[in-house]
Design a protein around this ligand. Structure first.
Ligand code: PRX
Length: 631
């Protein structure tokens, strides 16, 4: 098998250092050399055009391509019969699927033709609200093939959250399923879609994949079963020619204010960076079996279940279930069953499994694993050591990968076995990535032993291009805090050895079980309850989830905590339900009426010994009351 990836895989620390230096000296030359090895319909005329003021970033300007020709067609000759997607269902007794590159190509072509026949074309937005079945990946790639813009919505989001996203991008089509098996539960996915569509007007067609055989209502003229829709559709399709900077997808994510925003990624740059980062961080070699346990509803699923691995010609596992079903050994059973080589998961899953003890781990050999990875939130040292010792058997490199929906791909991480591992440190930037730490005024803090806000000073190929329909919001959120820099929203430290450690968000974004949420978003949901007057939400340290949600609520009556939880579930989804709700008579406010979150954060974290100066508050007396009633 031709190893076309070899030329791009860094294989020693020295090579990393040299490559990094080269990539910083001349980023355009560096990235264009990698891009040269891809299939383009027309080569770009200019590698990069950018300013961070507007912001305006364009990579591979005027280049023409279709990303699916690089994901699929390109592999047919050399690895057509190799498994591309290995699907592991929720129930271990159900048979999974192995889909080869040839078969995947045919499925994507067939579904491309199906979407076109149902009125979707280049530039149209398509919502994918599906369980973790291979068809979800097929749907993403079919969109990319016909030039439609996909927006995957995590199937755990509520109908109301789904409706907001459909409306924001004015989606023309929804791809969904009858239901979703999640552990012992079955979720009525189609029912949620029906509810959402009552609040939207743009959707013309809904294609429904049959997964759970649940009884669902099909609306005449709008809803079609997937199996009926694909019948008689050809499995040949000529991919649409796309510009490098045409939209590939929109993915909604939470910020510190207001509604979730649609992060926009484009075809050319995203392709190059997800491929390159996948290959190098995980040190993927031909024939390896790679497993990322994320859901395709998150950026991790986009970049490191679907796009990165398939661009590199990998075998990627898609897992429908949850880590603890039917028991806490499921991940490890799947690792042995499929002889997994690279395993990539979130710290919250590790902490949850750690709580079940070693027995579920010891039943399995785990002897094929060579690399383990972590993503989504800071990994605490205890979880790091447990993961490294019991899953990595003390010998596998553990890559702690820092990145964001907005960055499209992994920015700071060890390259497995190539650059050194350090517990709880994301460590070193990938080639082409220029992170800097700044103080509150935006001055760069050079040298080691410094701590501040993490920024990036030069564009990389998969940087977000805009927030859908609201470019000004993109500018303000990421490019206005510090001049000429992309601001990540994270704090970071460069330690005495020069390794980076991510300290967590410095804004009002919280990270609950690796799920990103805006405190304002949760407050808005709580405020929907008719008896709620005002609320303030903060994060607090949580043993398993990393952060939990603590809500301080002023309400007209007592005893409505459970109702508030249900309201939040309805507005956002179960992942946003507060862990603690404390009904209070007032919230600490400054004289200008701003809630003093610093104080609430301390109370929620049980760190009340030194509350700092509260005398400038409008209502200092409320602080004592809140402390007394806290959890
Ligand atoms: O705070 C950082 C945290 O997750 C945020 C990004 O969340 P999201 O866009 O949902 O993407 C998650 C998957 C890439 C970041 O701003 N984060 C992500 N990875 C790490 C992390 N914090 C510490 N260490 C990490 N490895």
């Amino acid at each position: 098998m031709n190893d076309f990836t070899e030329a791009h895989r860094i294989s020693s620390l020295l090579e990393y250092t040299q490559t990094y230096d080269r990539s910083i000296k001349d980023p355009e030359k560096f990235w264009s050399e990698i891009a040269d090895s891809f299939t383009w319909r027309k080569k770009w005329s200019k590698t990069l055009e950018w300013n961070f003021k507007d912001p305006n970033v364009k990579w591979f300007v005027d280049g023409k391509l279709n990303i699916t020709e690089n994901l699929l067609d390109r592999h047919l000759e050399d690895r057509g019969d190799q498994v591309a997607i290995l699907w592991e269902p929720n129930d271990p007794n159900e048979k999974g699927q192995s889909i080869t590159y040839k078969e995947l190509h045919a499925k994507v072509c067939q579904f491309s033709n199906t979407m076109i026949a149902n009125g979707v074309g280049k530039g149209d937005r398509v919502i994918i609200y599906m369980p973790m079945v291979p068809e979800a990946a097929v749907a993403m790639m079919a969109c990319a093939r016909i030039g439609a813009v996909h927006s995957v919505v995590f199937a755990g989001f509520s109908s109301s959250a789904l409706a907001d996203r459909i409306n924001d991008c004015e989606a023309k089509m929804v791809l969904t399923a009858d239901g979703n098996f999640r552990g012992a539960k079955t979720i009525d996915v189609k029912g949620l879609v029906d509810e959402a569509l009552e609040k939207t007007t743009s959707v013309e067609k809904v294609i429904v994949y049959q997964r759970t055989k649940t009884d669902v209502k099909m609306k005449e003229g709008r809803d079609i079963w997937w199996h009926d829709a694909i019948m008689n559709m050809s499995d040949q399709h000529d991919a649409e020619e796309m510009d490098s900077e045409d939209l590939l997808f929109i993915l909604y994510t939470s910020g510190s204010t207001g509604k979730p925003k649609g992060v926009v990624h484009t075809c050319g740059g995203y392709m190059i960076f997800t491929y390159y980062s996948f290959l190098n961080v995980f040190q993927y070699k031909p024939r390896d079996i790679y497993w990322c346990t994320a859901d395709v509803g998150w950026i991790t699923g986009h970049s490191y279940i679907v796009y990165g691995p398939l661009l590199a010609g990998a075998t990627t596992i898609m897992f429908e279930g949850v880590p603890t079903y039917p028991d806490a050994g499921r991940f490890w059973e799947v690792c042995d069953k499929h002889k997994v080589n690279q395993f990539y998961t979130a710290p919250t899953a590790i902490r949850a499994l750690q709580a079940h003890g070693l027995e579920p781990v010891q039943k399995h050999k785990l002897d094929t694993i060579t690399v383990i990875g972590s993503v989504g939130e800071p990994i605490n040292e205890e979880a790091w050591h447990w993961y490294h010792e019991h899953i990595g058997k003390g010998k596998c490199p553990l890559v702690d990968t820092w990145w964001q929906t907005e960055t499209g791909g992994i920015m700071i991480s060890a390259l497995a076995g190539i650059t050194p591992n350090k517990p709880a440190h994301a460590s070193l930037p990938l080639p082409g990535i220029q992170p800097i730490i700044v103080d509150a005024d935006g001055n760069e803090l050079e040298g080691n032993n410094v701590e501040g806000n993490l920024c990036i000073k030069h564009p990389w190929p998969s940087i977000l291009r805009t927030t859908y329909g609201d470019h000004e919001r993109c500018r303000q959120t990421y490019f206005s805090t510090y001049k000429n820099m992309y601001f990540t929203g994270d704090g970071a430290k460069r330690d005495h050895d020069g390794y980076l450690r991510i300290l967590g968000r410095v804004d009002d974004v919280i990270n609950v079980s690796g799920h990103r949420m805006g405190t304002a978003e949760v407050e808005n949901a709580i405020d929907e309850h008719p008896k709620v007057v005002e609320s303030a939400v903060v994060g607090f340290p949580h043993d398993i989830k990393g952060q939990g949600i603590y809500a301080f609520v002023i309400a007209e009556t007592d005893g409505i905590e459970e109702e508030i939880r249900q309201t939040v579930k309805k507005m956002i989804g179960p992942i946003a339900k507060p862990d603690h709700i404390q009904l209070v008579s007032g919230l600490p406010k400054t004289r200008s009426g701003k809630i003093m979150r610093r104080i609430l954060r301390k109370i929620a974290s049980k760190d009340t010994d030194n509350m700092g100066d509260t005398s400038t508050l409008l209502n200092p007396e409320v602080v004592e009351e809140i402390i007394k009633g806290a959890h």
